[in-house]
Design a protein around this ligand. Structure first.
Ligand code: SF4
Length: 279
């Protein structure tokens, strides 16, 4: 399975710019990709890397610019955490991305997956990289199940750890790429899959299983949409009043709640009768 997958990867991998970037480029991409698909991340990542090519550059940036340039990637608290991370890297690590998993895990916004991905993709080190795509590929190809379980547990970690070959970083990238492009959640393309011959789920005749219930990412009419509307306005106009926001969002109660939560999250500031992005 390893050889087939690695050979396929070299021939078919997408030319994603962070794959030929610096460790910092990998860090920025992993923050952005946490909850946003590749096609939306690509243009924003390009702009960020031109504007802030190193952690030192980002560390000096104004918070309002960081929020502004995050654009419409969503979940903008990630931008603040990345900003915070750049400051820690600059002061504590003299501008170099930490090279150990425990140090990476201490950075704001870096959890188990993100630390392993940075360690593996930035430094080519052996790490257990398990994102949604990789977990689905393993669930199907190895366990013969349509879906991975909702949460990752130690049994799964131990099982997947044993699969990691010497070329650990290549293995992580290849399995992730297969899950993102061929073994997709809804329509796996088994006819062109490089590991079809050893896939247990395919061999069993594709037994159906119930998809694990994830929290739905609702948007229209939600607090998230309301927060996004306010932030987008401030990104364009720099300053806004409640009455200006009310023209964009009619539910006053929800608007007030969104303004308060954006303030609490450190994304906006209240100045007399108007609001601005946090400075
Ligand atoms: S054969 Fe089909 S189900 Fe199995 S890993 Fe390949 S794409 Fe996924």
């Amino acid at each position: 399975m390893h050889t087939e997958l690695h050979t396929w990867y070299w021939k078919n991998k997408r030319p994603l710019p962070w794959r030929n970037s610096t460790p910092w480029g990998v860090v920025v991409s992993e923050f952005m990709l946490q909850q946003t698909p590749v096609n939306r991340v690509l243009p924003v990542w390009e702009v960020w890397m031109k504007k802030w090519p190193t952690p030192k550059h980002l560390a000096k940036a104004k918070k309002s610019d960081v929020i502004k340039y995050w654009g419409r990637l969503g979940y903008p608290r990630r931008a603040l955490r990345l900003h915070e991370t750049s400051k820690i890297i600059t002061t504590k690590y003299r501008g170099s991305i930490p090279k150990t998993l425990p140090e990476l895990r201490e950075l704001p916004g870096v959890g188990e997956y993100t630390a392993a991905a940075i360690y593996s993709f930035a430094y080519g080190k052996r790490a257990l990289v398990l994102d949604t795509n990789i977990r689905r590929v393993f669930a199907r190809a190895i366990d013969g199940k349509e879906y991975a379980s909702l949460t990752l547990n130690n049994k799964e970690r131990t099982k997947r750890e044993k699969l990691i070959p010497r070329e650990a970083s290549l293995w992580a990238a290849a399995t992730m790429e297969l899950g993102a492009t061929i073994c997709t959640a809804r329509s796996p393309q088994c006819e062109i899959c490089p590991i079809a011959q050893s896939c247990v789920w395919r061999f069993k005749g594709y037994p159906k299983s119930r998809a694990p219930k994830r929290k739905t990412q609702a948007w229209h009419g939600t607090d998230r949409q309301c927060r996004g509307t306010i932030l987008n306005y401030l990104r364009e106009k720099d300053r806004g009043t409640r009455s200006q926001f009310e023209k964009l969002w009619s539910d006053k109660k929800q608007l007030e709640k969104a303004l308060k939560s954006l303030e609490t999250d450190g994304l906006i500031e209240r100045r007399a009768k108007s609001f601005t992005l946090a400075s």
